[in-house]
Design a protein around this ligand. Structure first.
Ligand code: IVH
Length: 718
């Protein structure tokens, strides 16, 4: 797609036609394999369709190129249809990870602290294997299976009901006398080792590419538009969680999973209830020791707070519950050769070194790239001359034989160098001091707080750097930000470079349709597009003109403003105009706006600085002016505004009895309130427990309403 306009077919010489035909046929075949066999598409439908169209057109003009096995004649073509989308009524969450015993102990402590329990007071947890498959949500109404949906982005998944019905371990109707009206049962679809080997054997016999691992094979088998293929693959299912389940069959995690077993699901026999960190770790070791003989892949152990009432109090942070964690098995290692070091320029200008590796299999996955972190990591020393990896070789050079480590879904990293194998001519790597994308100086800033040089070298080109601009646009449209369907990395790169319909900044996305119209609707004729995909793309863009405020803020890509902070700011300020005015005024450290910003719990000095810097930049102001002509961010969640404390500034002080301070804060924020650390004339409500001191006096001085903890629960409804 990044190539220039193809030559008209009539102008192709037979030689050129043969060369292009060969290239296209190979590309289509590779895309087919990636899509059908590996379940890892390498291009979108529009790009694929364009490739095939061109291939067929060439074969029509040059029939001698058409052979019996010609790719264009194969029916393996990508199916026209797609899975319908299903919106999850309860989002499908992910889990935070722990990689060490200490991290597990910290998790247990965090839970205690949040709930205000002393360490000695036991809290029961469950421990169970983390199955390495793909999660599936099954909806039963009056005991009958009505829907099956994949996780998707957690909010919306794919409707795979027909496929799920072919899986023997998924009951069509629930058994037992305590089956509720509505039950969404969730769990993992996976393949056993023996069945996986069998599937690959058949793939081999048919001359098809084999699956890399059981997980990919399971995903490829479930996500089949032809459900008879799913039916031919012995997929299995463990139930371990739920979505909508208004009438709980039990008050504990363990109890609900027991009910699942009564209703006809398979549940994992290694699941156990544990009262202490030691017991959790003992269960972890037991499960780890059984790992090789289980007959299916697991990649860790999941711990969950057993008591459902406590789970509800703990709630969520971003997309993961506070009440659960995945304790992952140690990473896997492999040795290979570092063939090159490339520098990628990120959206904030960070220059990231990436290792290009001789392909190597690490834990069933072929790895060709790995992170090298930063300049100091490659040199082996930090800017103060201290060893980064104690007792290890001083630096990493192209040509080195290196150890690559891959832990779960984390990007693989280069860990160690085998100095004995270092080629005699391997030279130390010279990290560029100019940005490879725009040629501007790339520098390492001094961190004023730590007094240390930043580990990251950054391009100083700012708005003139095309790499930064492209990365910022990619971030803006990405799934967790504006989430514009059909506008992925490749399309952004295309439009950014396209002379006819350039997209140089976010506002340009929203004028695309109009500009295309003025340009005689030529986009549909470009390679990689088509009338249908253009119409879909424009519809998806239209659909995002009123984004949720938190996604919009996150999408701006302001440094240090991640999803959680963006949500916090959206809640606190309610509208983009309010945030923008505050961000601008807060540049003055003595301003009330700065004080308000400083007082928001969860907003530290780094965020304050990033915000004031962003809004203080005239270019950003202009960019925002243009963007806000096109889009209107919507205040956060209607649920929040329906609560009696939505939009209110609340301060907690004194001793609380029914909840800890953390919990109180999380609850207030969930209800749309802003929690501040000190009382001012802007405060709406002070919740004061016994022993309240100066804040109570301040509240009286400013005439702020004061209630106690019981009053708080009355107000927010229990
Ligand atoms: S509980 C709210 N339990 O791991 C918590 N997840 O990394 C929901 N997974 O998306 C998940 N085995 O696909 C849970 N025993 C288990 C699991 C498990 C595998 C997967 C699941 C989830 C992912 C999160």
């Amino acid at each position: 797609m990044s190539e220039s306009e193809p030559n008209p077919i009539a102008e192709l010489t037979p030689r050129k036609a043969r060369l292009e035909h060969k290239r296209l046929a190979a590309a289509v075949e590779a895309a087919d394999i990636a899509y059908h066999q590996n379940d890892a598409p390498t291009m979108d439908d529009a790009a694929y369709d364009a490739l095939r169209r061109r291939l067929v057109a060439i074969e029509e003009a040059f029939p001698e190129l058409k052979t019996a096995g010609s790719v264009s004649g194969k029916v393996g073509a990508r199916p026209a249809g797609k899975f319908a989308k299903i919106r999850h009524r309860v989002p499908m969450l992910s889990l935070d990870n722990a990689f060490s015993d200490e991290a597990v102990a910290e998790f247990v402590q965090r839970v205690h602290r949040f709930l205000g329990r002393r360490d000695e007071e036991p809290i029961a947890f469950t421990a169970e294997p983390k199955i390495d498959g793909l999660s599936l949500s099954l909806r039963y109404e009056k005991g009958a299976l009505v829907h099956a949906a994949t996780r998707g982005d957690g909010e919306e998944g794919e409707d795979v009901t027909i496929n799920a019905r072919t899986i023997a371990e998924i009951p069509q109707t629930l058994a037992g006398d305590d089956v509720p009206e509505i039950a969404e049962v969730r769990g993992e679809v996976y393949l056993g080792h023996a069945d996986f080997a069998g599937i690959n054997e058949r793939q081999r016999e048919k001359g098809l590419t084999e699956f890399a691992n059981p997980r990919n094979a399971a995903a490829g088998s479930l996500r089949q538009l032809d459900a008879t293929i799913t039916a031919s693959r012995p997929l299995r299912f463990f139930a371990y969680a739920w979505g909508e389940l208004p009438e709980k069959p039990a008050a504990t995690q363990f109890g609900v999973v027991e009910a699942f077993a009564r209703w006809g699901f398979r549940t994992n026999p290694l699941m156990a209830r544990c009262d202490t960190t030691e017991a959790l770790l003992a269960r972890y070791r037991l499960i780890e020791s059984r790992r090789a003989s289980l007959g299916y892949d697991i990649d860790g152990v999941v711990y969950k707070v057993d008591d459902l009432a406590l789970q509800a109090r703990l709630g969520f942070v971003s997309r993961a519950p506070r009440w659960a964690i995945a304790h992952k098995f140690p990473a896997e290692l492999a040795t290979t050769v570092l063939e090159a070091i490339e520098i990628q320029v990120g959206r904030t200008g960070a220059l990231s070194p990436v290792a290009r590796l001789k392909p190597v299999t690490v834990g069933g996955v072929v790895v060709t790239n790995a992170t090298l972190h930063n300049e100091d990591y490659i040199r082996g020393f930090d800017s103060k001359g201290e060893r980064i990896r104690s007792g290890e070789p001083p630096d990493i050079r192209v040509g080195d034989t290196v150890t690559v480590k891959r832990a779960g879904d984390v990007i693989p990293r280069v860990e160690a160098v085998d100095l004995a194998k270092r080629p005699a001519d391997a030279a130390p790597y010279a990290f560029p001091t100019l940005c490879p994308a725009c040629g501007s100086h790339a520098t390492r800033e001094m961190n004023p707080r730590s007094g240390k040089e930043d580990a990251v070298r950054r391009c100083t080109g700012g708005l003139i750097c095309p790499a930064q601009a492209v990365e910022r646009l990619k971030h803006f449209v990405s799934r967790d930000a504006m989430d514009i369907d059909g506008l992925g990395d490749k399309q952004i790169e295309f439009f950014h470079a396209d002379p006819e319909l350039p997209v140089k900044e976010p506002a340009d996305i929203f004028t695309l349709a109009k500009r295309d119209q003025e340009n005689f609707k030529k986009l549909k004729d470009k390679e990689g597009f088509g009338a249908q995909s253009v119409a879909k793309l424009f519809a998806a863009i239209e659909d995002r003109r009123t984004p949720p405020l938190n996604r919009f803020i996150f999408g701006l890509g302001i440094r240090h403003i991640g999803e959680t902070t963006a949500r916090l700011l959206a809640r606190h300020y309610g509208s983009f105009e309010a945030l923008r005015a505050a961000g601008l005024a807060a540049a003055d450290p003595a301003s009330p706006e700065r004080q308000e910003l400083d007082a928001i719990d969860g907003v530290g000095p780094t965020v304050v600085e990033a915000l004031t810097e962003f809004f203080g930049e005239p270019h950003n102001q202009e960019l925002l002016d243009r963007l806000l002509v096109q889009v209107t961010p919507q205040p956060l969640e209607a649920v929040a505004s329906a609560s009696p404390v939505a939009g209110k500034i609340v301060v907690f002080t004194g001793a609380l009895e029914r909840m800890t301070r953390d919990e109180a804060k999380a609850m207030a924020e969930r209800l749309g309130a802003k929690v501040a650390g000190s009382v001012s004339s802007k405060t709406d409500l002070l919740v004061a427990g016994p022993g309240a001191g100066s804040k109570l006096k301040d509240a009286q001085k400013h005439g702020v309403e004061v209630i106690d903890e019981a009053g708080w629960f009355d107000l927010v409804g229990g």
